[in-house]
Design a protein around this ligand. Structure first.
Ligand code: HEC
Length: 176
């Protein structure tokens, strides 16, 4: 047998059993995720509103949600709690001591929905219904004087909200 043929033979012997094993048996770890499991994790909401679920809520409803689920840490009216202040900025981002609140910093209202849905309240993320999440976002946007108290937030309205710092970020995904 020539050296070339010997190499080929060795290669076939070495790889064939491995690939056969991988295809037939797999590592036998875990199980395929069900569509429901994937949906529960696949929570990303994009600036254009893609990923927002059905539902709606207003600031008035959101105030009750906020006081029950959020105020203990974020303070009444989004101020004065132990966690981040969510409203009431006195200094803009260009001041020497800027206030980074939803009103001064966040570029899109859809990100607010994404963040609250996936992580707040910290002890029970995902526990708010979609309606409660829309409502509490509406309330926080009202506290920051970005939308009127009467405005209802839903999958169509939320992406339309013009955040004060919308143009303050450098986009990384602009098509060339
Ligand atoms: C147990 C205390 C606690 C509760 C209750 C709580 N939060 Fe928070 N929240 C935090 C902490 C701590 C942070 C900062 C976490 C971080 O930045 O990773 C935070 C961050 C946030 C932020 C991001 C602030 C920023 O500018 O970075 C938002 C928005 C928010 N929370 C909304 C809510 C809403 C809405 C609720 C009620 C549904 C809520 N939180 C309930 C503790 C809490």
């Amino acid at each position: 047998m020539s050296t070339k043929a010997a190499c080929f033979f060795v290669l076939v012997c070495a790889t064939a059993p491995l690939s056969a094993f991988a295809a037939a048996d797999g590592p036998r770890l875990g199980k395929p995720a069900t569509p429901e499991e994937i949906a529960a994790w696949n929570l990303t909401v994009f600036p254009d509103g893609k990923g927002l679920p059905p539902g709606h809520g207003s600031s008035i409803e959101g105030k009750a949600v906020y006081e029950h689920h959020c105020a203990a840490c974020h303070g009444s009216n989004g101020l004065g709690g132990s966690a981040e202040e969510l409203a009431g900025a006195k200094h803009s981002l260009t001041d020497a001591h800027p206030d980074k609140t939803i009103g001064t910093y966040w570029p899109t209202a859809t990100t607010l929905f994404d963040f609250v849905r996936r992580s707040m309240p910290p002890a029970a993320p995902g526990s708010l219904s979609n309606d409660q999440t829309y409502a509490v976002c509406a309330y926080l946007l009202t506290l920051n004087a970005i939308i009127a108290e009467s405005a209802e937030m839903n999958a169509l309205a939320l992406p339309q909200v013009k955040m004060p710092n919308r143009e303050g970020f450098i986009r990384m995904d602009v098509a060339k």
